[in-house]
Structure formats: C-alpha cells, structure tokens
Design a protein around this ligand. Sequence first.
Ligand code: S3P
Length: 434
Amino acid sequence: MTPLTAHPSPRFGGETDLPGDKSISHRALILAALANGTSRITGLLASDDVRATEEAVKAFGAHVERDSEGAALVTGRTWQSPAEPVDCGNSGTSARLLMGAAAGFEGLAATFTGDASLSSRPMDRITQPLRRMGASIDGGETLPLDLIGARLGGIDYASPVASAQVKSAILLAGLRTDAPVRIVEPRPSRDHTEIMLAQFGVEGGVEEVEEGVAITLGEQRRLTATELHVPGDPSSAAFIWAAAAMIPGARVTTRGVLVNATRTGFIEKIEEMGAAVTLDNHVLRSGEPVGDVTVAHDRLEPVHVRPEEVPAMIDEIPMLACVAALAEGESVFEGIGELRVKESDRIGAVAAGLTANGVTAFATEDSLRVIGNGAVAGGRMVSTRHDHRIAMAFLTLGLAAKAAITVDNAEPIATSFPDFTALMRGLGAGIATR
Ligand code: S3P
C-alpha cells in the first residue's frame, strides 16, 4: 500500500499530451494478433492492463516487438494453447475480449485468471453467449475459467447490458465463424471494436432497432494487417479536465485526445455544468475522431445524469461525482448500477470518500445524489479499494479542496495511467507522498 496526498493547488494549468486510450490499445493488440501479416501500432498505452493483453497475445502465438521509434509491431498467427494460465491481472477488458477472441480456435485450451478484484467480477455476461456459439467454458461464473475453443456457430444475442466488452467478445468470437452474428444492445456502448475491425478490412452493420442498437458482422471476416494510431485517452484526460473545471483560474489544453461520441459524456457534462470547453484540430485518425480539448474554470452548476447518458461516461462517473461536490446544489446520477461491478463497487467507494471529506452524498443500489455547497472541506483519507479511478478521482478532488486529500493506496493507478502523478505535477498539481 502506497499512500499519496493531493494538496490544494491554486496554480493549475498548461498544455499536455496524453497516454494512449486503454480500450483502443487492448483492441489494437488483439486484432493485430488475429490478422494476417504485421501491423504497426503507434501511441499504444504502456500500463499494467495493456501489458496483460500483450503478454496474452504472445502466449497465444502472436509475435510482438518494438521498432526504433517505439511503435509496436504485431504479427498475427493462428492462436495456440498457451503454456501457462492467461493472467489478466486487474483488467476486465483483457479477460472478456481475449476469451471471445480465443473461443473460435478449435481445440485451443486456456485457463484465464485475474487478481482478487477481477476474480469477483461477473463473467456470465460473456460465458453465456460464447457457450451459445459453441465454446466450452468451465469453472462457474467468475475467474478462473477454463476455455476450450471450438468450431463456432452464429448468434443473435440480445444483451441485457450496454457493455462494449460483451459486444466485443461476441464480435471477436464471430470472426471465426461464417454464420450470421448479431448483437442487440439496449443502448450504444463504445464502438472501438467495430471501427477498428473496418481498419483491418472487416465490415459490419449498425442499425437502430426497437430494442436499442443492432450490430452485425459482414461476410468478409479475415483481418489484414494495418497501421494504427492510438489516440489520447479521454478517460485519463477526464482527471485533468476535472481539475481545470474545479480550480478557479485554471485552463488546460490536452492534445490529440479521442473524441468519439460514445466516450464524450464527461466533457459534455462539465461543459453543461459551466466549464468553458473548446475543441480544436478535429481530425479522423485510424477511423477515430481526435482533437485538442481545452477546459477552463467557471462557476459550476449541479448536474443531472440520466440512464441513457451513462455508457458514454461509464468510467468517468467517480470523477464527475467529485466535480459535482464543488457545485452549489443537488446533483443526481441515475441508472449507474454497472458501477457496482467495476474494479471496485464504485458507487460505494465514491459515496464513502465524499462523505469522509465533508460532502453530503446518498447512494442507492443504482443511483447517487451529491449535495454540493460550492466547496469541499477535504483533509481526510480515502479508501481506494484497489481501484485506479477512485484513487485518481480523489487525488484530483484534493487539488481543489480546502485541505489535502490522501488516498490509502496509489499503486492501482499503474493499471491505466502510470504517468498520472508526473503529468499532474507538470501542470502544477501538488501531489506528494505526504
Ligand atoms: C471497456 C468497456 C467498459 C469500461 C471499461 C473498458 C472496453 O466496460 O467500463 O473500462 O474497453 O470495452 P463495459 O463495456 O463492460 O461497461
């Protein structure tokens, strides 16, 4: 356990690049590992979660090296049984997407494991559809799970949750069958798998249907190696944007950040709350929209997040709830039950951390209310429950509170944003070991 303390930091601001998007990094490694030929990937995130995926694709037989510029060169292979269990660490995306990708290799046998947090997270949401397609998966509803790949059939699956991990697991498995593959999600989740499949030459379809949105795979399902750029991660940028929104006088520009509409919920909400937000240099790179986002402080109003808005800000809600603590009035977050099964129970962790630091917050099974009064007392320790986003959210809140906030363990930050402390310090944040 490594505690870390964030002190009030009235002179926050500047310009910065960002680490690569975590979701896109996982997908780039997995799709390249399935493709025919050698793909070149720039901007790949260097973090524990992405390393877990990289080690896994190597164990399945892909070849990965770095060129002189640090880009990843990934050569795809027919996936083989790995010699050891596939350790997904803390990473739900690794576990769920890799199981989907491996499921269609006939006779491949692999055991998937993870840390204590990942081993308590629901896997039935992917094992059910993958079994329906023909994969054999043993071991109950949580990791460790034993998978034996098979010749798969198609599927027409109505997912009960709007989860990109579920959708992606099915699409990746579907690459290994000729049969029709269709997934209906109740609400659109992040679409990076669909966008990246097109970069590798695999087209699909998307249409709005009465039950939500239907995603289908086209007939051409062979992947051809390609060049890819991984843009900056808006889920990491959210901490920087939040600090700029909360600290009077602050103004920050984040360069080259992903602005895909399935991920922009947080930036739209802080703009709605009163922060000044601008987007410059908007371009398309590797099929994804990217730009420079500038955020400047202004007086903050409370926020209302409705269930249909949640998928586009699913990982940013802990940070948004902390920002809401600095607004004057009641903010409401509805339909956020999925946060209970993330790296920690994030509704419980946020409510406890806010309450400890003098903010009134009420949680139900799938909602949160935060009663802001324009200032946060701070001064207390927050239990991060081994969750990177809880640690970063409360350290960021500490920069804008009246007294320093300490998190009990900063180690999990390495799963998604190892440079968090250095980058925030470079912008003027007073983050220190005490
Ligand atoms: C992710 C999807 C989200 C998100 C997770 C990354 C992905 O999970 O919370 O951090 O890369 O597909 P769900 O799709 O399960 O909501």
